[in-house]
Design a protein around this ligand. Structure first.
Ligand code: PEP
Ligand code: MN
Length: 336
């Protein structure tokens, strides 16, 4: 909620009023302009509403957007999230790549070398896999974290992996540089609070049936718990279309870049489900204003234990990275 205070209030009176708001456990953000008469209040609506009729208040504007900490309106500058040698959310266009799942030491060593040679900036791979069927490969769990770390180390690549259970946080903080909350867990509020209460950056993927407002509210949980290093990821949503695994929503990218200061990645692998669509949609994501890509790459997609159909092979990935470089420049981005 926004309050516009009555004009001509004595500064001491105004300061006391702000203290009263804070004592009611509201966060008060003074807004620029208007003789500092405009205040944004962050807190439960049942408390903010009490002040709407306060005698010092000239006008109260009830904000249609229920998210606050992630809103660009209250925080106009882009949030920058460090990832190894690069920064997500700035001028750089950042690429994170790797297999859907960590399978074997040989697979991980080979793909880490590819990711480094292609000039990508982070190594992904799932050790804990949220599979639709309980009979599908569920990931190696904690031993998979070790394989990831050992493969990334010689190439100085930061590691990104999905967390499904807050119990695994201590093991994750030892082994990885960025946590991923997957589409299926975007609504897992206790997990969101847990990743918000630690320091590693978090990639938050959009649920496949989640609205953009729900995505921003999920991000708000993480930021509200104390972790501002949140990167959003559009990974396709369910629509009536069945020709592709999901429908990659590039509207989301352009909309999110306006509404939030958080960086936005695009995952064209899950977004399309088809490896041949990954290069064109990667380029479209760059053009739509994304801050980077999350791409599945496998040494031999025909033998992948999961998501082989949407995984690029090393040659295809290296070619895509080569094609993205001049395009990034064209769109005012730099692919370091
Ligand atoms: C993944 O990145 O491998 C994954 C499972 O993604 P999503 O949560 O978007 O389905
Ligand atoms: Mn996958």
């Amino acid at each position: 909620m926004y309050l516009i205070l009555k004009p001509g209030l004595d500064p001491d009176v105004q300061n006391r009023f702000v203290e009263e708001l804070k004592a009611a456990r509201l966060e008060v953000v003074p807004l620029p302009g208007l003789d500092r008469r405009a205040l944004a209040l962050v807190g439960p609506p049942e408390i903010t509403e009490r002040f709407a009729i306060h005698p010092y208040v000239e006008e109260c504007i009830r904000d249609a957007a229920p998210y606050k900490r992630v809103a660009r309106a209250l925080h106009p500058h882009d949030t920058l999230v460090p990832l190894g040698d690069v920064t997500v959310g700035g001028e750089s266009f950042v690429v994170i790549a790797g297999p859907c799942a960590v399978e074997t030491p040989e697979q991980m060593q080979s793909i880490a070398a590819t990711v480094r040679a292609a000039g990508a900036h982070g190594l992904r791979g799932g050790a804990f896999k949220p599979r639709t069927s309980p009979y599908s490969f569920q990931g190696h769990g904690r031993s998979g974290l070790r394989l990831l770390r050992e493969a990334a180390l010689p190439h100085h690549l930061p590691v990104i992996t999905e967390i499904m259970d807050a119990e695994d946080l201590p093991a994750m903080t030892e082994s990885v540089q960025v946590l991923q909350v997957g589409a299926r867990n975007m609504h897992n509020f206790s997990l969101l609070k847990a990743v918000g209460s630690q320091k590693l950056p978090v990639i938050l993927k959009r649920g496949f049936a989640a609205t953009l407002e729900e995505l921003l509210l999920a991000a708000e949980y993480i930021v509200d718990a104390g972790n501002e290093a949140v990167i959003l990821c559009e990974r396709g949503i369910r629509t009536f279309e069945t020709a592709t695994r999901n429908t990659l929503d590039l509207n989301a990218v352009a909309w999110l870049k306006i509404k939030t200061h958080l960086p936005v990645l695009v995952d064209p692998s899950h977004g399309t489900g088809l490896s041949e669509l990954v290069p064109p949609l990667s380029k479209a994501a760059l053009a739509a204003g994304a801050d980077g890509l999350l791409i599945e790459v496998h040494p031999d997609p025909t033998r992948a234990w999961s998501d082989g159909r949407q995984s690029l092979d090393p040659q295809g990935f290296i070619r895509l990275m080569r094609e993205l470089r001049p395009l990034a420049q064209l769109f005012g981005r730099n692919l370091p």
